[in-house]
Structures are given as structure tokens and as C-alpha cells.
Design a protein around this ligand. Structure first.
Ligand SMILES: [Zn+2]
Length: 296
């Protein structure tokens, strides 16, 4: 890898609101067919009709179930949406907004190339912000790199463009503030991991014989519950579920998700959007540094 990225895991003990043991973010990458298109493009191939339609299961069927289960449990979520998806599935993105959820940036074409320039990434951000703002009326404040791909210049670029948080790193279970040359940036990182990603367990395609995995719901939710329990026991950590309506949106999986949300709610979880958690973290860090100034 040519770019060294070091966010600095400066996760001090944050006490979550209401003394919750853990901050939980149920997030969705609403990629539709562009997840599979960009994965194939990165390998120099294209997708066939069946993979294309597997992607469409998200907007056509899965999304409604996701929105319904969030309503049932009265929680708000963050949806990361590529700009082109906002253009193609505008009514669905409007629907997400009408349910009170946050919309955040996730590339324009779901680009996951690792060797782009700072200028190219700035262009992608600009185009995706315009597409999302055209629907939501509000500039996105959060960013997740497609397939978690970001570059050494991405954090500063996000700060310049007014973002509050990034959610691409895998380096710890803390929400932390980015640093650059020993200086704190006003940008919070909300790391997530493949362990809590439905893609790891439910992604399926015939086009790559190596990818034929399909786990039972018992295995998947068993892993997630064990991870949640462990982090909640440690305290002051974050737990991010990274879901895709085209995968988690099947009937049996959504009902298992509903039971898991109910379990987390009954075990002292603060369930919020990424924007709410990042805003809280930045506020706490500012309070801590103000206290430091007073003591000096
Ligand atoms: Zn994605």
C-alpha cells in the first residue's frame, strides 16, 4: 500500500448519554446495483443480468423492510448513498429522509479504486454532495469510502468540505478524533469492521466461484450478539452494524435484525445516527480540551 493512513486512536473514556454502556449505530450502505458493478470493474470485468438484479433487490424489496423495522423499534439510522443511486432511485432516497434517517456520502459511482489523486477524490465528493443535497436539501456531514477505500489525503479533504465524520477505518472500537502532524482535526472517525458487516456473510455471486458463502442467520446474529456483549461489557465503545438492504432486506434476516435491536435496546445501548454520535464525541473532546486549558 502506498498511502500510510494513521488516524490515531485517541479514544479517551467517553461516557455516553444516559450512562449507556455502548453507542450503537445501525447503518446501511444503499448501493443498489453499483456495489456489484464497482467490484467487477475493479477486477476488470462486468456483471451479468442476475447480479444486476440481485443489486436491485435493495431498492425494489429490501429497503421497505429496513425502514419498517427501524420504525417498529423507533430508532434512527444512517444510510450511506452513492450519488448515482440518489439519481436513479430518488423516490426511495426521499422515502429514507421522510422517515427521519440521515443520508451520508458514499462515492458517486461507488468508486473503490485505490490509486486516485486528491483532485479526483475532490471531484467525486463534489458530484456526490450535489446529488444528495438535491434530494435532502442538506449537505452530507458523513462519509464512508466505497468498500472502505480512503486515501491519506481524504481526512483533510473531508474537513475542508465541512464533514463531521468518516466511517471507513478498522483500527479500533473507539470513536476518535483524527490527528494530522500532532494537531487534532475537527473530524471524528467511527471505525467499523467486516465482522459486523452483512456483506461478509450474505454476499453471493455466480460470477466469482470463490464467493459462494451463505451463513445461517443463527451464525450471523450469534457473532453479532457476542461482539455486542463483549464491547458493552468493556464499556464506552462503539458498535456499528454495516448493512445492505439488498442482503439484510430478506424477510427472515429482517426479523432476526428486529430481535437483535430489541436485545441491544434492553441492554443499555444508546442507538443513534452516526451524525449524532460524532457530534457528541466532538463535543466531549472540546470539553476535555477546555478543561485542560483551565487547569493549565
Ligand atoms: Zn457500498
Amino acid at each position: 500500500m502506498s498511502d500510510k493512513i494513521d488516524g490515531r486512536t485517541n479514544g479517551l473514556s467517553i461516557t455516553w448519554p444516559g450512562k449507556s454502556r455502548i453507542a450503537v449505530m445501525i447503518t446501511f450502505d444503499f448501493d443498489a446495483e453499483f456495489l456489484r458493478i464497482s467490484r467487477a470493474a475493479a477486477k476488470g470485468t462486468t456483471i451479468g443480468f442476475s447480479d444486476y438484479s440481485r443489486g436491485q433487490y435493495g431498492p425494489h424489496e429490501g429497503l421497505k423492510r429496513c425502514l419498517d423495522i427501524l420504525d417498529v423499534h423507533d430508532i434512527k439510522s444512517t444510510f450511506f448513498v452513492p450519488g448515482i443511486v440518489a439519481g436513479r432511485y430518488g423516490r426511495e432516497v426521499e422515502n429514507i429522509c421522510e422517515h427521519g434517517h440521515e443520508i451520508a456520502a458514499h462515492g458517486y459511482l461507488h468508486e473503490s479504486k485505490k490509486d486516485i489523486s486528491r483532485k479526483e477524490e475532490a471531484e467525486i465528493l463534489k458530484k456526490s454532495e450535489a446529488a444528495l443535497t438535491g434530494i435532502t436539501g442538506k449537505r452530507p456531514v458523513g462519509h464512508r469510502g466505497p468498500e472502505s477505500v480512503i486515501h491519506s489525503f481524504t481526512p483533510e479533504l473531508l474537513v475542508e468540505r465541512g464533514y463531521l465524520y468518516s466511517s471507513s477505518m478498522k483500527d479500533c472500537d473507539w470513536a476518535y478524533q483524527w490527528e494530522k502532524d500532532g494537531r487534532k482535526l475537527p473530524l471524528v472517525e467511527l471505525p467499523c469492521d467486516v465482522t459486523m458487516d452483512d456483506f461478509t456473510y450474505y454476499y453471493f455471486t455466480f460470477s466469482n466461484p470463490a464467493v459462494r458463502s451463505m451463513y445461517t442467520n443463527r451464525e450471523v446474529f450469534g457473532n453479532w450478539k457476542a461482539e455486542f456483549d463483549g464491547l458493552a461489557e468493556e464499556g464506552n465503545k462503539i458498535f456499528i452494524l454495516k448493512l445492505h438492504p439488498q442482503m439484510i432486506g430478506r424477510a427472515s434476516r429482517i426479523s432476526a435484525l428486529g430481535r437483535f435491536i430489541a436485545y441491544m435496546k434492553s441492554h443499555d445501548a444508546w442507538i443513534a445516527t452516526c451524525e449524532e454520535v460524532a457530534g457528541y464525541v466532538l463535543g466531549q473532546h472540546r470539553l476535555d480540551s477546555a478543561k485542560g486549558d483551565v487547569l493549565r
